[in-house]
Design a protein around this ligand. Structure first.
Ligand SMILES: [Zn+2]
Length: 53
């Protein structure tokens, strides 16, 4: 399921595909393509529908 996450450093929003519920996580430490380093990401919520182009 896709989750919408946001980098707390640069504010870039991205999608994270994980097969489990991450709602209980307050922050995720992940690589940000914009910052080019690992940063904390805020979990904005579960994405119900994703448009694939
Ligand atoms: Zn960032």
């Amino acid at each position: 399921m896709p989750w919408k996450i946001k980098c707390t450093k640069c504010g870039r929003e991205s999608l994270l595909m994980v097969g489990y519920d991450i709602r209980d996580f307050k922050k995720l430490y992940l690589y940000c393509e914009n910052c080019k380093e690992n940063t904390f990401h805020e979990i904005l919520g579960y994405v119900e529908e994703v448009k694939v182009e």
